[in-house]
Write a protein that binds this ligand. Structure first.
Ligand SMILES: [Zn+2]
Ligand SMILES: [Zn+2]
Length: 371
């Protein structure tokens, strides 16, 4: 037992109060103060000086709650219903809708070849290239470009890499693909609600786009890591972040019970203005004493910061407005990229939305175009 655990043992039962399922108060051993202990995904956080100073994710108060109360961290059950997005299958004739069709070799389009089918009933031949009709490059080349870009490559690097596959494109063309397909994907994905937990994080990320100062505000779910919503603004007033609160509630179909932030004034006021209610059961608790740096409990947001800062270098060279790019980052983060911190799952899988198929980009795009 280490020193802090020994000290935690000295905190008696009557010095620990359970407030609700998320929070406790523990009496200070040296003053009359009571500290707030809040349960979050990876354990407990405390607002005592020791917790803040040590930044190792625990103090005697959090330990006392864990040990003496015998409370183990319970992972919130987030998932209720599961939605699966399956690859689109060609299952019928384009002309007579008969499902009596067979594969009939490849047909060369101007730039690449696509699968053709023949209908055994009406005898007509046809090919279907859902979502990628009239594109100069294959679905694979297009989606690989997007994947490279959202993984941190610059548009010019992506264009260079495409040459290795025999695809000659300019970086502007790649940017056009991104705009087109992110728009399609976003439209489609908007109709599916992720099942998020009751604890969210919000944070502000400073960006420089084409030399202009911008702020990106992001709301994330603590348990699933779903990036719920974002808001780009020129300034950092309360009115700039209020839309983020509105959007997040719309996307998730609910408000969280606990909101974690760095305590910036704009977040505090937006929280009050958007989510205030007189009914205690419906209130969102705003926890605002968190240090995001080096805190093992909050390094998720740091990681998102990392993802975005890599991107920022690339974004400086962007000529057009940033919204499809931010949307694309969000889609990549939620649906495409595997996250080590959640066993290689995607956040969307955690939130009840599974995208099947080897190429998740293609699965989503074709579903978006089919509907
Ligand atoms: Zn403490
Ligand atoms: Zn037919």
């Amino acid at each position: 037992m280490n020193l802090r655990e020994q000290r935690a043992q000295k905190i008696t039962d009557d010095q620990i109060k359970k407030i609700d399922n998320y929070s406790y108060k523990v009496k200070s051993q040296s003053s009359k103060k009571w500290y707030n202990i809040i349960s979050i995904e990876t354990g407990f956080i405390c607002d005592c000086p020791d917790y803040k100073f040590r930044k190792n994710g625990y103090c005697k108060h959090t330990i006392s709650v864990e040990i003496q109360k015998g409370i183990r961290k319970q992972i919130e059950q987030v998932q209720q219903k599961q939605v699966t997005i399956n690859p689109v299958k060609i299952d019928g004739c384009k002309f007579c809708e008969s499902d009596n069709i067979i594969k009939k070799g490849l047909r060369n389009n101007k730039n690449y070849s696509i699968q053709t089918f023949q209908c055994k009933d009406c005898k007509k031949k046809f090919s279907i290239n859902i979502g990628f009709e009239k594109m100069r490059a294959t679905p694979q080349a297009i989606t690989a470009s997007m994947n490279l870009y959202f993984n941190g490559e610059s548009l010019r690097h992506v264009a260079d890499s495409m040459k290795l596959f025999g695809v000659k494109v300019t970086h502007q063309t790649i940017h056009n693909w991104i705009k087109k397909y992110i728009g399609l994907m976003d439209n489609y994905l908007e109709s599916i609600t992720p099942q998020v937990s009751d604890k969210w994080y919000c944070d502000e990320i400073y960006l420089k786009i084409k030399g202009d100062r911008k702020y990106l505000y992001a709301m994330l779910d603590s348990e699933t890591r779903i990036w719920i919503a974002s808001q780009v603004a020129d300034t950092k007033y309360t009115e700039d972040v209020r839309p983020l609160f509105k959007k997040s509630q719309e996307v998730a179909g609910k408000k969280p019970k606990v909101l974690l932030s760095d305590g910036a004034r704009n977040f505090m006021q937006a929280h009050k203005k958007e989510w205030y209610t007189r009914y205690k059961e419906e209130q969102t608790k705003h926890i605002r004493h968190i240090h995001f740096k080096n805190d093992r409990n909050t390094n998720k947001m740091e990681r998102l910061n990392g993802e975005i800062r890599d991107r920022e270098k690339v974004m400086r060279s962007l000529k057009t407005d940033d919204s499809p790019i931010i949307k694309g980052m969000q889609i990549y983060h939620n649906y495409i990229r595997s996250h080590m911190g959640i066993n290689g799952d995607t956040p969307s899988e955690r939130a009840g939305i599974k995208v099947e198929g080897l190429n998740k980009w293609i699965t989503i795009i074709q579903n978006a175009c089919k509907n």
